[in-house]
Ligand binder design. Structure first.
Ligand code: DX5
Ligand code: ZN
Length: 215
């Protein structure tokens, strides 16, 4: 069954505690936390005080997606704010290997996100060090965008690379995920699906979450 990571970017921020509780009592597995800096992406979301507030109520691991430049500077803040998984963007890291080791040295699981234009081949020499690869199926920065179909082939390519190297890396996909695109991604080899609007825009979050899980 796929791991489902609802993106709180799409939740009602005026009622964060009850939004977190809607997910606590569902079959979802993680909380996806989108941190944006207005530099790496053309939008600003929220920072560590809000992440801490979410962590205070969350009963499932925090899956943190850093859409920021200089992520090394904020890895300890992620740890202190309750992150279990930290994913940085390939395009934002000059010394990716160092950044991954830094995340792991803080006792967290390390992931790398790829923008839609970035090929899988850039991960060939580092895949065995990664706990997770996040394939972006939209250009990062905003929720509610249209799914970019080429992400499905990218998942299949990444799956091949992981199998070839005998790595244990999880494949996660983020952007425009719903019941239809989600099913295609799972078929192609995705292990984890992020969903923002599809989950939080529903009155009953259990319906989209269970659909994505194939229940
Ligand atoms: C986009 C974020 C996503 C976003 C997904 O930059 O990384 O996690 O919240 O939202 P939906 O599922 O609405 O595309
Ligand atoms: Zn995200």
């Amino acid at each position: 069954m796929p791991i489902i990571s609802p993106s709180v970017l799409a939740c009602d921020f005026a009622n964060i505690q009850s939004e977190v509780e809607r997910i606590n009592s569902s079959n979802a597995d993680w909380f996806h936390i989108d941190i944006m800096d207005g530099v790496f992406v053309p939008n600003i979301s929220f920072g560590f005080p809000v992440m801490k507030a979410i962590a205070k109520h969350a009963q499932k691991p925090l899956d943190v997606h850093l859409m920021i430049v200089n992520p090394d500077q904020y890895i300890t803040d992620c740890k202190n704010a309750g992150a279990e998984w930290v994913t940085v963007h390939y395009e934002a890291c000059t010394h990716l290997h160092r950044t991954i080791q830094l995340i792991k040295s803080e006792g967290m699981k390390a992931g790398v996100a790829l923008n839609p234009h970035t090929p899988i081949s850039v991960l060939e020499e580092i895949i065995e060090d990664l706990d997770l690869v996040l394939i972006m199926s939209v250009n990062p920065g905003f929720g509610g965008q249209k799914f970019i179909g080429s992400a499905v082939d990218k998942v299949a390519k990444l799956k091949k690379l992981i199998d070839l190297k005998g790595a244990k890396t999880l494949i996660e996909v983020d952007g425009g995920v719903n019941n239809e695109t989600g099913a295609d991604l799972i078929k192609a080899g995705a292990d984890a699906l992020v969903a923002g609007s599809f989950v939080f825009k529903s009155n009953d979050v259990n319906i989209p979450i269970d659909q994505l899980k194939g229940l």
